[in-house]
Design a protein around this ligand. Structure first.
Ligand SMILES: Nc1nc2c(ncn2[C@@H]2O[C@H](COP(=O)(O)OP(=O)(O)OP(=O)(O)O)[C@@H](O)[C@H]2O)c(=O)[nH]1
Ligand SMILES: [Mg+2]
Length: 238
């Protein structure tokens, strides 16, 4: 039986988390996975907390981790990974853009590598049209820059949908510095520099139906440029 902690950061995702948690539990049951779900919430004010508390009461595999202090997606990932009790971790957005039915394939891949990324850019992947042009452009340019300046060979080095051995996280967690989405690139860079083997699977990247995006492209791009500049200056390549 394979172990899996599913870490889901949430900020105002009531309608999505209500659908996602049962879908994840169904994948655990159908594929005989020894799984748990860790929802890391930043004090949502739309009823997300009440929904997750009710799911927590109903299913022993569901846990709610309520963050303290200022909201931070990167801190939510960090604290969620830290709280995960299983040998493998998968990081997934709450907004139903990532399909938990891919977990068994990703787990199988983990038999021969340490990190599996759900890629939006592999040949067989498909991506919804819902994102802004700025978000799409920033993501694509970031992929090129990561390849050229950081020596990353992956097609999607910045995506949140990824599975990894807990030991990969444990080895690098003390070095993680980035805030926001750059956390994901720093995670991969440090994991690779630490010898982790990385594989990618193509995904169908869905569209957000309920709730609003929290992504601020301008702010995230500035954070990214700072990170890139620092990494290049310090000679940090994959
Ligand atoms: N705990 C926590 N979760 C957050 C925070 N910001 C975003 N999230 C969650 O992180 C995930 C990704 O956020 P999104 O707003 O979907 O960002 P995105 O996927 O880049 O953009 P869209 O899919 O276009 O909305 C979702 O599950 C959000 O609820 C935060 O500050 N704290
Ligand atoms: Mg999203």
């Amino acid at each position: 039986m394979q172990e899996l902690s599913v870490v889901i950061p949430t900020f105002n995702e009531r309608d999505n988390i209500q659908t996602l948690v049962p879908a994840v539990l169904a994948v655990f049951a159908d594929h005989d996975i020894d799984g748990e779900i860790v929802v890391v919430d930043d004090n949502s004010n739309d009823g997300t907390i009440a929904v997750v508390r009710a799911l927590e009461r109903e299913h022993s595999a569901v846990h709610l981790l309520l963050r303290e202090g200022p909201a931070s997606l990167s801190r939510a990932w960090l604290e969620g990974f830290e709280a995960a009790s299983k040998a493998n971790i998968v990081c997934i957005d709450a907004d139903l853009c990532h399909d938990p039915k891919l977990f068994p394939l990703m787990l199988e891949r983990l038999n021969s590598c340490d990190v599996v990324i759900g890629s939006r850019y592999l040949a067989d992947a498909t991506s919804g049209e819902g994102k802004s042009i700025a978000a799409k452009l920033a993501s694509k340019l970031g992929q090129y820059a990561n390849r050229i300046f950081l020596g990353m060979s992956e097609t999607d080095s910045s995506h949140s949908f990824r599975m990894f051995r807990k030991s990969v996280f444990d080895a690098i967690k003390g070095q993680m510095r980035s805030e926001g989405n750059v956390f994901l690139i720093e995670f991969l860079l440090r994991a690779k520099r630490n010898g982790a083997g990385v594989s990618e699977v193509p995904i169908v990247y869905g569209e957000r139906t309920y709730g609003e995006t929290k992504l601020r492209v301008g702010k995230e791009s500035l954070r990214y440029l700072r990170f890139l500049f620092k990494s290049v200056l310090m000679g940090q390549r994959a």
